[in-house]
Write a protein that binds this ligand. Structure first.
Ligand SMILES: O=c1ccn([C@H]2C[C@H](O)[C@@H](COP(=O)(O)OP(=O)(O)OP(=O)(O)O)O2)c(=O)[nH]1
Ligand SMILES: [Mg+2]
Length: 152
């Protein structure tokens, strides 16, 4: 499914020196986001920095949210993930997309200017209407959780 996504280009290098976010393949779920830095940034082990993606988005539709997720290769091989683990972008947010980059490894990592460091995914959202009830209709699981079905 497609969703018209309004963007503002905040960093003029995007779309010129560096490609705009795009789906790398027909089936790609995410748009890669780039570190629009003025200079390469060394992330020390355990270090966390807020990096601009160089653009603002306005999702506009209440039934849609954005998620910023790590890239698998960087996260697995180099320990470069997100300081907030997952970024959640509200449909009414119009500010700059910011990437919290965390080096969870024990080796320094240099983020290059324009490097693809995270990905942006649109997801459907349901708003909850809270209904207070005295008891739930019994289910097979009931209140069992945290390893209830087997090994922890
Ligand atoms: O990785 C992220 C996460 C969030 N945001 C922006 C979009 C989002 O809509 C807004 C608020 O995010 P969130 O609600 O997760 O943060 P908060 O700490 O609860 O801030 P607020 O009080 O503004 O809701 O910040 C980003 O740019 N990058
Ligand atoms: Mg919030």
């Amino acid at each position: 499914m497609r969703h018209r996504l309004e963007i503002q280009i905040l960093d003029p290098r995007l779309g010129r020196e560096f490609p705009l976010p795009h789906y790398a393949t027909e089936g790609a779920a995410g748009l890669d986001l780039r570190a629009m830095l003025d200079a390469p940034l060394e992330l020390v082990p355990g270090g966390c920095e807020l990096i601009p993606a160089g653009l603002a988005v306005h999702i506009a539709e209440v039934g849609v949210a954005g998620m910023i997720l790590p890239r698998s290769g960087l996260g697995h091989r180099h320990g470069i993930v997100l300081g907030n683990l997952v970024g959640l972008i509200d449909s009414d947010y119009q500010g700059p997309l910011m990437l919290s980059c965390w080096n969870r490894s024990d080796q320094a990592f240099c983020i290059e200017i324009g490097e693809r460091i995270a990905q942006f995914v649109l997801v459907p959202i349901l708003h909850a209407e809270l209904a207070i009830v005295e008891s739930f209709t019994p289910s097979a699981r009931g209140a069992g959780g945290f390893g209830h079905t087997g090994k922890y």
